[in-house]
Write a protein of this length. Structure first.
Length: 331
């Protein structure tokens, strides 16, 4: 009997070891090797332009990197210390600063973003996303403590970066949220449960309301939606800043020719419907014809840049009216 009991214990132990090792392997297969966390005290982990402006733009970039090898394993996260991984991330940071910042100070963190390959399997991508979001939140906290100095700010994120902005909004205290001019949540779904449960989300209704969230996703027609935007609960037209179906013409400023397009909100899908684009391209990895996820920033950049400036001006005008003083003493 003792021998049988001992044999049973050994068999159970082997089973548990195999089970746990299998679980750990499955977990490793999803996450893979993890690059070193960015140290935000290190200036190389930021792209910063200090214009001595009265307000800041804090921007989190979209997915710019792909899987890379670490030994014999695929790494599904950007390594912010590898030059060839940093290069495409820096390219977006530079472009957004050039097109959007105007007179604002600009802060954009490098972070261990989830790779483009990951989004081919949504379940794995969203599991991995927690690591990327933690970096973004850490960079935001460092920005507040060391860079912001009490100035009002614009939050903006595109695609994966928009999900990071959402995470930042979730835990933002009132004392900080009062300085938020607007949050631009571009190219990712903002679910109704987010709108209902996150106190810091108040959807924009016009061109100059402040403390609001701006959100939109662009398609040729509702049947061209991707899962990263399907189910979104918010849409505002970034050309005429309306939430109804009134369309607006706009110019797509291309390198060789400028196309005049039109855009309107679709009240059912909560997407922007873009018409008349003659030269359509398909986004790598996830793209389908008629989905303009990869064009969100390019389509509307002159209009968003002006809107950022208008909202900042509206913020200071409101503060001046509230305290009955000059803008300088309200800062």
């Amino acid at each position: 009997m003792t021998r049988l009991k001992s044999a049973f214990i050994v068999l159970v132990s082997i089973f548990l070891v195999l089970f746990l090792s299998s679980w750990e392997r499955d977990d490793y297969d999803v996450m893979g090797p993890i690059p070193s966390a960015p140290d935000y005290t290190d200036s190389t982990q930021w792209y910063i332009v200090d214009r001595h402006g009265e307000a800041d733009l804090f921007y989190v970039i979209s997915t710019e990197t792909v899987d890379h090898m670490v030994g014999d394993d695929s790494c599904h996260f950007a390594d912010t210390y590898l030059a060839y991984q940093r290069k495409p991330m820096l390219k977006e940071m530079l472009a957004v600063d050039s097109f959007y910042s105007g007179r604002l100070n600009y802060y954009s963190p490098f972070y261990r973003q989830v790779s483009m390959n990951s989004w081919l399997t949504p379940e794995k991508a969203f599991t991995r996303l927690s690591l990327s979001l933690s970096d973004a939140v850490n960079s935001w906290q460092y920005y507040l403590e060391h860079f912001n100095q009490g100035r009002p700010f614009i939050l903006a994120g595109y695609s994966q970066g928009a999900e990071a902005i959402l995470e930042i909004l979730k835990s933002m205290p009132d004392s900080v949220c009062q300085r938020m001019v607007a949050a631009y949540f571009i190219g990712f779904k903002l679910l109704q449960e987010d709108v209902d449960s996150i106190d810091n989300i108040r959807l924009a209704e016009g061109a100059t309301d402040t403390g609001v969230t701006v959100s939109f996703n662009s398609v040729r027609s509702p049947d061209c939606m991707l899962y990263i935007s399907e189910g979104t609960a918010a849409c505002i037209n970034p050309v005429n800043w309306r939430t109804d179906t009134v369309s607006a013409p706009f110019v797509n400023y291309g390198r060789r020719q400028n196309d005049t397009l039109t855009v309107r909100c679709d009240p059912e899908s909560k997407h922007l419907i873009v018409s008349d684009w003659k030269k359509e391209t398909i986004m790598p990895f996830l793209g389908i014809p008629g989905n303009y996820h990869h064009m969100e920033l390019r389509f509307y950049y002159p209009y968003i840049r002006q809107n950022i400036a208008d909202r900042v001006a509206a913020y200071f005008a409101k503060k001046e009216e509230e305290c009955h003083c000059t803008p300088s003493c309200c800062h």
